[in-house]
Design a protein around this ligand. Sequence first.
Ligand code: PHE
Length: 335
Amino acid sequence: MKEKLLELKVRALKDIESITNKEEMDRLRQYYLGRKGALTSLLKGLAQLSEEERPVIGKIANQIKAEISEKLQPALESFKIEDAEKKSYFDVTLPGRRIPLGHLHPITQTTEEICDIFIKLGFSIVEGPEVELDYYNFEALNIPKDHPARDMQDTFYISDNVVLRTHTSPMQIRTMESTSPPVSIIAPGKVYRPDSDISHTPMFHQVEGLLVDKGITFGDLKGVLTTFVHQIFGADMDLRFRPSFFPFTEPSAEVDIRCVVCHGKGCRVCSYTGWLEILGAGMVDPEVFKIVNYDIDTISGFAFGMGIERIAMLKTGLDDIRLLFENDIRFLQQF
Ligand code: PHE
C-alpha cells in the first residue's frame, strides 16, 4: 500500500507539472484529491491493515495529500491572475471610437460667407432685437399704421406696438439713431412672417445693408452689389437691376441673377423669365433721413436687404426651404 501511495504521488506531481489551463487543474484536483478521487479510494484499503500499520500509512497518505495540494497552489494562483487579466484585457489593435464632429448649419455658413464679403468691402456687423417695436419695423421706415404698404409684409403682432420683426431694416433706423454719418453696416439675423410653403418658413434670415456718406449715388449701390453678386455666385454671373418699390428707398430696385437652373433659357424655377430675384435695394428715402435727423442736403446713401435662405438655396440647388429647418442629420451632413 505504501508503494501504491508513493506511486500515486509521483504520478500526481508529474501531471501537475504539465498543467496548461484551469480546466486541467480542476480535473486533476478532482482526480487525485476529490471525494471519489484516487487517494480516497486507495485509503479505503486502510481498514484491512494491521493496528500498527494503519497510523503509519495514514500519516504518509496525509503527507501526500498536503504535498499534492501544495503543488497545485501556485498553478491555482497563476490561473486566478490570468482570469483577472482576461477580464480587463485592453485590445490596443482595436480602432479608436470616433467622436462625431458637427459642422456649421448651411444657413450659418451662408450668413458668414455673405458677411465676409461685405466686411472686406469695409462694412461692419450690427445686431438687434427680433421682438421689435412697430415704430422701428414700420413707422420710422416710412410705413405708417393702416397704410396699404403694410400688406407687403404679413406680420406677427405681439401687441399693438410690438411685433416680431418682419425684416432686418429696423437696424437701419437703430444704427442711424445712434451714429452720425458716415455709416456702413450690415445686419444679419432672424425675421418672421406668417407664411409657410415650399419657399416660405415663418422664421427666416436676412442680411440688411446700409451705407450713408456724402455724395453716395446709385452708381455706388450698383458697384457694391455687383461686386457682392460676383463674389458669391462667381465672376461670370449675369445680374440686372430692375425698378421696384419700397416705402423706405427711392428710387428702389430689385437685383436679379441669371437663372441658375436654366441659365436664362426659361424654366419652371424662374417662371420662364430666365431671371431669379435675390435682393431688394434702393437709395435711402429722404423721409427716413428726416426721422433720424440726418441732413438730407449734405448726405445720401443706399440700403439693401436679402434673404439668406434664398441665397443658400440658389447656391446649392435646394428646392424646398423647409428642409433647412427639419434638422435631419442626413440632409445637413451634405453641406
Ligand atoms: N426690407 C426689405 C424686405 O424685406 C428689403 C429691402 C431692404 C429693400 C433695404 C430695400 C432696402 O423686403
